[in-house]
Design a protein around this ligand. Sequence first.
Ligand code: HAM
Length: 429
Amino acid sequence: MTPLRAVKGMNDVLPDEVGRWQRVERVFARTVSLHGFREVRTPYVEPTALFVRAIGETTDVVEKEMYSFEHHDDSLTLRPEATAGAVRAYVEHGVQAREPVTRWWYAGPMFRAERPQRGRYRQFYQVGAEIFGDEGPGCDAELIDMLAGFLGELAVPGVEVLVNSLGGAEARARYRDALVEYLTPRAASLSAESQRRLQGNPLRILDSKDERDRTAVREAPTLDAFLDAGDKEHFEKLRSHLDALGTPYSVDTRLVRGLDYYSRTLFEIKGAHEKLGAGSTLVGGGRYDSLVADLGGPKVPAIGFAAGLERLLIASELQATARATDAVVLPIGAAAMSSALLLARDLRREGIRCEADTRGGSLKSQLRRANALGARVVLILGESELAEGMVQVKDLDAHTEERMVRAQVPRIVLDRLSAASRTIDSEPP
Ligand code: HAM
């Protein structure tokens, strides 16, 4: 029978890799909690209408990439991103009535039916955060600076922060008209996709990777000329805060991003292109000051971002330790099994990660397995050790071996394992 395979673009993460995932997740959780964010968990499935209204009908995500299905009389969708769900939850639970400013973070899988390639998957993981109730630009700068620090902690080389301002709805409408006016006489030179976008969502043409579109927009008007005084002041203040914080960034007046809910501040953070290729955008975010009201809530400004975990892992040079366990107890002979189970339990009570080799078998084969697990210490219980109440302790890192009194073993082993080598993957944030 042909074995079944995972769905294309949806990947298994095997235990050898999970250590690095957890490490990035821990750094993120610590970073956001230092900045006052609290975790929120929203469903993976939401009404399709939520994403259509929030992300926009003419975006790639809604037009082509959603996993939607009918269930009884409802149209449901696997979430392609988490901002829409966070806003729905914020409105549904009347959070604004309880707190003037809300800082939420989240982590979890998202689903988009994109063409899979390195750094682009159909099930991928995001870590992200949203701030409700603060118009910025102070919190915008703080968020961008926090992300620069986060990527620094992950040892991501070649980090580049791009910022832009989309302005409010009016500025965007004026710009949209100007762009359509500029591109219409040049429509024949655009890609088929952009010709279609020219009516529905012309701003997206600025984001196209197609060479024909890039040439056509090279001389096109840019957004900055259309911002009103309030938008300009907001953006200037953001820049001055970033300058004061010493956070490197550049302004990219063609940055538009692919979701329709944004207004004013927009940002993307890229990592080294050589490693990441087409998926070099690690983080995307921005302000969405009218989305809460558009989804039926009060008028509350908001800003947020999300980072792709797989991309962070490709970009990051952080390694996790390979140790799956700290100590392994080796029972030599059937009579030693119960004592080995007891000893292993005593070690765990000291907080030591420990396995007993419950298969039994020869000393040689048990040692081979202890080595493969990356154990630092092996504890051998043979016939003579059992009879004398002793344990043979072999330190695989220090290459030493000694006999110890059974009752003292857990304490001595704990002292041996230095905090750093023992707990790097098991520590709470
Ligand atoms: P986004 O730009 O669509 O924004 O996605 C954010 C990040 O998720 C991207 O920069 C990328 O790292 C990762 N990502 C997106 N699609 C894929 C994929 N198919 N495979 C792997 N990684 C991917 C959002 O999702 C917004 N909700 C961000 C936001 C929050 N804006 C305001 N608040």
